[in-house]
Design a protein around this ligand. Structure first.
Ligand SMILES: Cc1cc2nc3c(=O)[nH]c(=O)nc-3n(C[C@H](O)[C@H](O)[C@H](O)COP(=O)(O)OP(=O)(O)OC[C@H]3O[C@@H](n4cnc5c(N)ncnc54)[C@H](O)[C@@H]3O)c2cc1C
Length: 464
């Protein structure tokens, strides 16, 4: 059959399966229907709920201003799908084109979209993680359980990790009038995403709002009482913090274990795909019927040296899902690249923080507008003489301008004056990101065999 004939049949009576029924999965399903797909569409999700929105979970829901049950994602259009909710996919047979489910069923596909996202990295000691009062925050159920416990007015909340989620949780606790301690291994909150210059502002912000912020420390042990309730956390500096709620906020792990042994290039860092969202197999050869989108994907971006970016950003999940869905139904000449410029927002301690580009690639930062001391500023990140990212604290309206500079690879430092340039902005400062050479326990790939015919690749997942 000609390519045209195949695509025509795919569009009218093909079988498309989406694994991961959340933001990326839903937006992809809507796009497939919007682009005229009339075949069978199946959405498989391990959570029992129809797609809901996660950003409100650490914001409005923790504050008790919205209930987790009311976070369902708005529907842009009817998708006429078969929903398989509450049942995880457990395996993939690439040759037979079938997804295996935990209930024993197998679902055949002509095109597959993987949008299984990430999950919260748990506290590594299982017994301690199981203590009553120890939480993570990723799902609707997590948010309900944590919000209920916060409503009981614990004496102190202890947050492990001061990334965006940990900092937002600390902010919600502060707003609820709850004493909160935050422990962070780095020198400051948000340091991994925004560097030390901005991290120090975030640290001041937390401390000024009464957060007991401990930086440069690791939590070595969680201690429970005789009833199995968490009682205290022990830190690497020898100190102990009594707390009856502990929130583990140590980042995320990609949901790829179900693909082990499938032959797909999937591992702890996600699923590698090309800019058209087609997944690579373990040999690095792009597949033609398996696509990836959202937090679980890693894809190359021309603007950032073709590095494989792995983003946990709401806007990225939407954009990549739309591109993947379009490409699933398209011939190679009509396919589109996923070239979304990363953008992220957070609100904490009354400040709106937004970023564009990839600040963490920056080696220098220039405070182009406003002042760090006022916590109202725009920081521009430079990398090899060009603008690579920007962050705003309560200066959102300038962000679009800096996005344009990133997209057009404008020189760094920007050679023109900006409004509200202060003494902070007279010269760039080292952006002060943590040392990237520190081992991260990433996965390893080993090669065996010598001729192209017998070369084999083995993927060994990293330890967390
Ligand atoms: C608390 C919180 C706050 C956030 N705040 C912001 C913010 O302020 N700004 C921002 O830009 N982003 C924010 N994000 C990130 C944003 O929500 C994510 O980028 C987005 O949810 C990604 O969507 P996704 O569909 O790719 O993945 P997910 O939303 O993670 O969905 C993946 C789905 O697949 C399911 N799944 C996993 N494995 C399987 C399997 N084997 N079989 C079937 N189903 C499976 C998962 O359970 C999940 O339902 C926040 C996230 C959280 C958790």
């Amino acid at each position: 059959m000609s390519v045209d004939g195949f695509l025509q049949r795919l569009r009218s009576e093909g079988r498309i399966v989406v694994v991961g029924a959340s933001l990326a999965g839903l937006r992809a399903a809507e796009t497939l229907r919007a682009e005229g797909f009339t075949g069978t569409l199946t959405l498989i999700g391990d959570e029992p709920y129809e797609p809901y929105d996660r950003p409100p979970l650490s914001k409005q829901v923790l504050l008790g201003r919205a209930s987790a049950e009311h976070t369902a994602l708005p529907r842009r259009r009817a998708i006429d799908a078969e929903w398989r909710l509450g049942v995880p996919a457990t395996g993939l047979d690439m040759a037979a084109k079938r997804v295996r489910l935990a209930d024993g069923d197998e679902v055949p596909y002509d095109r597959l979209l993987i949008a299984t996202g990430v999950r919260a990295r748990p506290w590594p000691n299982e017994a301690e993680a199981g203590l009553d009062g120890v939480f993570v925050l990723r799902t609707r159920d997590d948010a309900v359980a944590l919000q209920r416990r916060l409503a009981e007015e614990p004496r102190r909340v202890f947050v492990i990790g001061a990334g965006f989620t940990g900092s937002e949780i600390a902010s919600a606790c502060h707003e609820r009038g709850l004493p909160v301690t935050v422990a962070e291994r780095g020198d400051a909150p948000l340091v991994g995403a925004l560097g030390g210059v901005v991290g120090r502002v975030a640290a001041e912000l937390q401390r000024e709002h009464g957060v007991d912020l401990r930086t440069g420390v690791m939590v070595t042990r969680l201690e429970g009482d005789s009833a199995g309730r968490v009682r205290a956390a022990h830190l690497s500096d020898g100190s102990e913090v009594e707390a009856d709620v502990v929130v583990v906020s140590l980042g995320a792990t990609r949901n790829t274990e179900w693909l082990a042994g499938s032959g797909l290039g999937a591992g702890p860092r996600g699923i590698a795909c090309d800019a058209g969202c087609r997944a690579f197999d373990i040999r690095g050869i792009v597949t033609d019927d398996i696509f990836v989108a959202g937090d679980v994907a890693r894809s190359p971006h021309p603007l950032f040296g073709y590095q494989f970016l792995s983003l946990e950003h709401w806007g990225n999940a939407v954009s990549q899902a739309e591109i993947a869905a379009h490409n699933m139904l398209s011939d190679s000449v009509d396919r589109r690249p996923h070239m979304w410029v990363p953008a992220f927002w957070s609100s904490q301690f009354g400040v709106s923080i937004k970023s564009v580009g990839v600040p963490s690639m920056g080696t220098e930062i220039l405070i182009a507008q406003g002042a760090l001391a006022e916590r109202r500023f725009t920081g521009v990140y430079g990398y090899q003489g060009r603008v690579i990212g920007a962050v705003t604290f309560d200066q959102t309206r300038w962000l679009e301008f800096y996005q344009h500079l990133i997209e057009t690879t404008a020189p760094f430092p920007p050679p023109f004056p900006t409004v509200d340039r202060r003494s902070d902005g007279q010269r760039p400062l080292p952006a002060d990101f943590p040392d990237p050479s520190v081992p991260t326990h990433g996965p390893t790939v080993t090669l065996s065999g010598y001729s192209p015919a017998d070369r084999r690749i083995t993927f060994t997942p990293g330890r967390h």
